[in-house]
Design a protein around this ligand. Structure first.
Ligand code: ADP
Ligand code: ADP
Length: 230
């Protein structure tokens, strides 16, 4: 199964992606995490995208799609979770083409829906593990008591693009460039919406229910295909 986690910055895509990955044998492709890793390493790609990302704007589609294709080659047969990708119509169309070439399809697009005031609140109080980037909430019940549950890291930092000016830019860029993808996936019958205003565990339960139904459908169509084949 190949799934896309879709939604504005701060909706909870990263949080849910890590939970889904723990329960299912899916590989996670999170372009934001990969770019931040390049920035940390001070690679030429990292240096190229650092300023653009800090301001809340997008690096070019070419950069994003190159990262995506490289990741996809590495995961081989495994299903994938795309977190924060695609973010433009061009990326969505190219991903469909790339998937087709390697005999994959997008099986489900899960939109996490959250009000804008709540997004600003979440982004303003987000801290991430310095080592692996797992997101947490400052001063809340999600705070990992000083230890990251993914990698046991103990240092937590704020992302430069979680500063007020960059948050404003990111929400505008989302509305202008990413939100139109809702229609693209609606037209293909792939879009499912979950209420992201609910607590993390409840959002996860909504997602798991959708994934359960999708897996049954995928299995069923697999059977039909072999029956026709015989
Ligand atoms: P995204 O990847 O969509 O930008 P994150 O998963 O990083 O979002 O979540 C943004 C912030 O909101 C993080 O600090 C995270 O701990 C917090 N968060 C995520 N889901 C919820 C939720 N359902 N309720 C409250 N806070 C949440
Ligand atoms: P969030 O969902 O909280 O904004 P991400 O980690 O997904 O966080 O993305 C952070 C930044 O990385 C984006 O604001 C953008 O600059 C860059 N980025 C990540 N994925 C993409 C993408 N698919 N297309 C363009 N830019 C991307």
């Amino acid at each position: 199964m190949n799934l896309i986690l879709f939604g504005p910055p701060g909706a909870g895509k990263g949080t849910q992606a890590h939970l889904i990955k723990q329960r299912h044998e899916l590989a996670l492709i999170a372009t934001g995490d990969i770019l931040r890793e390049e920035i940390k390493k001070k690679s030429s790609l990292g240096l190229e995208v650092e300023q653009v990302m800090a301001e809340g704007r997008f690096p070019s589609d070419e950069i994003i799609l190159k990262i995506f294709e490289e990741c996809l080659e590495n995961v081989k047969e495994q299903g994938v979770i795309l977190d924060g990708l695609p973010r433009t119509l061009n990326q969505a169309q190219k991903i469909d083409q790339i998937f087709k070439r390697v005999d994959r399809t997008v099986d489900i697009v899960i939109q996490i829906s959250v009000d804008e005031d709540e997004l600003i609140k979440r982004l303003s109080s987000r801290i991430v593990c310095k080592q692996c980037g797992t997101p947490y909430m400052e001063d809340s019940s999600f705070h990992p008591k000083g230890v990251c549950y993914e990698c046991s890291g103990r240092d937590f930092i704020r992302r430069p693009d979680d500063e007020p000016e960059a948050i404003k830019t990111r929400l505008k860029v989302y509305n202008d460039q990413t939100k139109p993808l809702v229609e693209y996936y609606l037209n293909q019958g792939l879009l499912k919406v979950v209420d992201g205003m609910k607590p993390v565990a409840e959002v996860n339960a909504q997602i798991e229910a959708l994934l359960g139904a999708t897996q049954v459908l995928t299995r069923k169509s697999g059977c039909l295909y072999s029956a026709q084949d015989i």
